[in-house]
Design a protein around this ligand. Structure first.
Ligand code: ATR
Length: 490
């Protein structure tokens, strides 16, 4: 699979520098004349020469119209400008350029002839920033039939549209040479795993300025997603969430896949509708995925089976494709217990106070009850604490009572609310709570590493546990499940 660096740097000298710096991560270079200071044959010549030195086999030449870029007006109709643009593009054609990009709706017989005489292939492009063109298969076929290479860059705005895009790509599987990419967060995985849409290449851009929404840098593409190593046979895993682009999970799982020598990739899927994602997962053959906010509960209705923890907690963070359907498990549960392992083994936790009664608290209370620990729940909304306590066989107490009881009977205090989490790090869910110093205090928040609540506990002499250990442990457990799933399917 080809990784094509689009030259987006402001200065032409930086563009040349970017090729040099990215050499080991790229196979092709795209010169966008519209982004060049000098839109001259000499500029193209120096890029061709540098690309050759960098070992990049292909150079694509394009001169994007304003309406085909993210920030351009959509009704640009300046004919004089258009004539100038075409003339510049024609003059820039030269040996060493492998492809020239001419928009699907533009006709230019002269450019065509000149390209042909130089052995330069024609890419015919469609840029749709409003969504996914319904006639995509027809466009692809008509371009291919005329000997061109279809390039469709579209902008899916929902999980439903991404599904539609992937299905349409399936209809034109037999067209081997084509470029199809989904821009933006919903389409991100089509850039990092371009073979899913049958794309012969993916674009990356160096530096600050992106050539299109969703693009990433050449180093990131290679070091996180190992674009050059993967292809049609690569087994797909990922994470669904909304938002999801900030997650570090792809860094972890992809590194583990590489360390184990598995041909698998872990992709972030921005998902607004779990049902559409499940159809996508079936269509492209996803074999396992992590689930994060806000889908941990919603995903449940799409599972064919689930372990007891998932059924009791009502939330799932790991979904695996088994031979007989989708199976849900929840590694948050074991991940939460992991940092407590030795204390539990020594029987040093008997009574726990859990702060919060939301989704995270459900996992924590269930896990502790499974270990035979007596649990008391305290929450801002008392009714929710009562309901959770009744369901899990725990007790509950009011905020004031908890603060007055401070320390005393609890050998473990677990903080599960979002209070104290970045960016509002000064929050404290129980500001009057006085620690005795003998209890273990566990805050499942991982950013910051130590919350204000945890720092107070530490100052009082308590043993403290932050959320990083749980995060790491649940991810490691999840990875072992993904590896099992990989082995099942390969
Ligand atoms: P999660 O899945 O992260 O647990 P959740 O289900 O929305 O998210 O639960 C959030 C928990 O944090 C709840 O216990 C919530 O208290 P309420 O039940 O009273 O809403 C608690 N929480 C959130 N913001 C809070 C705040 N500012 N002060 C105290 N508790 C708060």
């Amino acid at each position: 699979m080809l990784r094509c660096l689009t030259l987006t740097a402001e200065k032409d000298t930086e563009k040349i520098e970017d090729i040099r710096r990215s050499a080991e991560f790229i196979d092709a270079v795209e010169i966008r004349l519209d982004l060049c200071e000098a839109k001259t044959p000499e500029m193209v010549n120096s890029v061709v020469a540098e690309s050759r030195r960098a070992g990049c086999g292909s150079v694509i030449l394009s001169y994007r119209r304003p309406q085909d870029t993210a920030d351009g007006p959509s009704d640009e109709r300046d004919l004089r400008q258009e004539e100038l643009r075409r003339d510049t593009l024609r003059r820039a054609l030269q040996p060493g350029v492998s492809f020239v990009d001419l928009e699907y709706d533009a006709t230019d017989d002269e450019l065509r002839r000149r390209a042909e005489s130089l052995g330069i292939r024609l890419i015919r492009s469609v840029h749709d920033f409003t969504g996914v063109p319904e006639e995509l298969p027809e466009i692809v076929r008509s371009i291919a039939a005329a000997g061109g290479i279809p390039k469709i860059a579209c902008y899916p705005r929902s999980s439903g549209q991404v599904l539609q895009l992937v299905r349409m790509c399936g209809e034109v599987q037999d067209v081997e040479e084509k470029i199809i990419l989904g821009m933006g967060v919903f389409g991100f995985f089509t850039r990092t795993a371009p073979w899913i849409c049958g794309s012969m290449l993916t674009f990356v851009s160096a530096g600050e300025k992106l050539a299109a929404p969703g693009q990433i840098g050449p180093r990131e593409m290679e070091e996180i997603y190992e674009a050059s190593r993967h292809g049609k046979k690569t087994v797909l895993f990922g994470i669904i969430g909304n938002p999801v682009m900030h997650t570090r999970s792809p860094h972890l799982h992809n590194r583990w896949f590489t360390d184990d020598g598995l041909d698998a990739v872990y992709l972030p899927f921005h998902v607004d509708d779990a049902g559409s994602f499940m159809e996508l997962a079936e269509t492209i053959g996803v074999r396992g995925f992590s689930v994060t906010v806000p889908h941990k509960q919603r995903i449940m209705e799409y599972l064919d089976s689930a372990d007891e923890g998932v059924r009791r907690i009502g939330a799932c963070n790991t979904v695996l494709r088994q031979r007989d359907g989708w199976y849900g498990t929840n590694t948050d549960l074991e991940g939460f217990l992991e940092p407590l392992k030795s204390l539990l083994a020594e029987g040093r936790i008997r009574q726990a106070l859990v702060i919060g009664a939301g989704g995270a608290a459900r996992t924590v209370v269930y896990a502790l009850r499974q270990q035979g620990i007596e649990v008391t729940i305290v929450n801002r909304t008392a009714e929710k604490a009562r309901a959770l306590a009744a369901e899990m066989g725990a007790g509950c107490t009011g905020l004031e009572a908890a603060e007055n009881a401070s320390g005393a009977p609890f050998d473990l205090v677990v903080q599960t609310t979002s209070v104290g989490m970045e960016p509002v790090i000064e929050g404290d869910p129980l500001p009057q709570f006085r620690f005795s110093g003998s209890e273990t205090v566990y805050d499942i928040i991982y950013a910051p590493e130590k919350t204000r609540f945890l720092r107070r506990a530490e100052d009082a002499g308590c043993r403290v546990i932050g959320g990083r250990g749980m995060l790491q442990a649940q991810a490691e457990l999840q990875y072992t499940r993904f590896r099992d799933s990989y082995n099942l399917w390969v």
